[in-house]
Design a binder for this molecule. Structure first.
Ligand SMILES: NC(=O)c1ccc[n+]([C@@H]2O[C@H](COP(=O)([O-])OP(=O)(O)OC[C@H]3O[C@@H](n4cnc5c(N)ncnc54)[C@H](O)[C@@H]3O)[C@@H](O)[C@H]2O)c1
Length: 276
C-alpha cells in the first residue's frame, strides 16, 4: 500500500520543477494525478516558463508509474479553465483528495523600480492564482465529504525577508494568510490546509536571471556556481540549495494520513536557512 493510495492529487505548475516532482512522488505512493500548467511565457518575467513538451513529459512519467493522469494546459489566472479541469477530475477520476497549489513565478527589482505590470502579474499568479485553485477544487472535496489535504506553496522568503523581491514576498505572504483562514474554515469538513516554505530549490526558477541577481546583486552575469558559493553560508546545513524531491517529501507527508492532525502549519524545507 502506498502512502496516498486511492487518492487523487490536483497539482498546479506541474509541467516541470517542483510540481513535476510532486506529481511523480505522489504517484509513486499510489495517487492518481491532475497536472495543470500554463506552459506560456509571461512578458513581464525575465525567464521562460515550461513548455507543452514539459507537460507531456510529466504526464508520461506519471502514466509510466501505472497511475491515471489528466494533464491540462490551464493558467491559474483563468478561473473558468481551472473550474473545468477540476470538474473533469471529479467526474473522470472520482474526486479530488489532495491539492498542491504550487504554480508560481519570481522576479527581482528594487521596490520602487517595479512596474505596475510586474507587481500585478506576480500577485495575480502567486497569490490570486492560489485562491482560484482552491476555489475550483475545494468545493468538490467538500461535496464528496471524505476530507482531504490542501498544500499551498509559499517561500522561505516570507520567514527571513530579502531585498528586491517585494512583489514576490508580498504575494507569498498572502498565501500564508489564505492558508490560515482556509484551515480555520475547512476543518469541520475534515480538510486540512498547510503551507510549505521551500528554501532554495534546484529548478529553472532558482537558476533564472532574476533569482541569481537576488543572491549576487553586485555581479553582472552571475552563474549557479556564484549563487551556490554565497548561498551555502546562508543555511545551517551548508547546502546552498535542496532538490525538488526534498520539497515533494514534505508535500507527501502533509498529503498523507500521517499528518491527519496537522493543519494551519507553515513548514519550511530550507536546510535551516531561517536559523543561520
Ligand atoms: N526554486 C526555488 O528556489 C523556490 C523557492 C521558494 C519557493 N518556490 C516556489 O515553488 C513553486 C514551484 O517553483 P519551481 O521552483 O518548481 O519553479 P519552476 O519555474 O521550475 O516551475 C514553476 C512552474 O509553474 C508554471 N507556471 C508559472 N505561471 C503559471 C500560471 N500562471 N499558471 C499555471 N502554471 C504556471 C511554470 O510553467 C512552471 O512549470 C513556485 O510557487 C515558487 O515560487 C521556489
Amino acid at each position: 500500500m502506498g502512502r496516498v493510495s486511492g487518492k487523487v492529487a490536483f497539482i498546479t505548475g506541474a509541467a516541470r520543477g517542483q510540481g513535476r516532482s510532486h506529481a511523480v512522488r505522489l504517484a509513486q505512493e499510489g495517487a492518481d494525478i491532475v497536472v495543470v500548467d500554463s506552459c506560456a511565457d509571461v512578458p513581464s518575467l525575465e525567464y521562460p516558463m515550461a513548455t507543452i513538451e514539459d507537460l507531456r513529459d510529466t504526464e508520461k512519467l506519471v502514466r509510466d508509474l501505472g497511475r491515471r493522469v489528466l494533464a491540462r494546459q490551464v493558467d491559474v489566472r483563468d478561473q473558468a479553465g481551472l473550474d473545468e479541469v477540476a470538474a473533469e477530475a471529479a467526474e473522470r477520476l472520482g474526486g479530488i483528495d489532495i491539492v498542491s497549489a504550487n504554480a508560481g513565478v519570481v522576479g527581482c527589482r528594487p521596490t520602487f523600480d517595479l512596474t505596475d505590470t510586474e507587481w500585478q502579474d506576480m500577485v495575480d499568479i502567486n497569490m490570486t492564482g492560489v485562491w482560484r485553485t482552491v476555489k475550483a477544487t475545494v468545493p468538490h472535496m467538500v461535496e464528496a465529504g471524505r476530507g482531504g489535504s490542501v498544500i499551498l506553496t509559499s517561500s522561505v522568503v516570507t520567514l527571513v525577508g530579502a531585498a528586491n523581491v517585494a512583489h514576490y514576498n508580498a504575494s507569498k505572504s498572502g498565501v500564508v494568510g489564505l492558508m490560515q483562514t482556509l484551515s480555520a474554515e475547512l476543518g469541520r469538513h475534515g480538510i486540512r490546509v498547510n503551507a510549505v516554505h521551500p528554501g532554495n530549490v534546484a529548478t529553472d526558477m532558482l537558476f533564472s536571471k532574476s533569482t541569481l541577481r537576488v543572491f549576487c546583486p553586485d555581479l553582472d552575469n552571475p552563474t549557479p556556481d556564484d549563487l551556490r558559493e554565497r548561498a551555502r553560508g546562508s543555511d545551517v546545513l551548508g547546502q546552498g540549495w535542496v532538490e525538488a524531491e526534498d520539497i515533494s517529501n514534505a508535500v507527501l507527508y502533509l498529503a498523507s494520513d500521517e499528518a491527519r492532525f496537522v493543519t494551519g502549519v507553515s513548514l519550511p524545507v530550507d536546510a535551516g536557512r531561517r536559523i543561520g
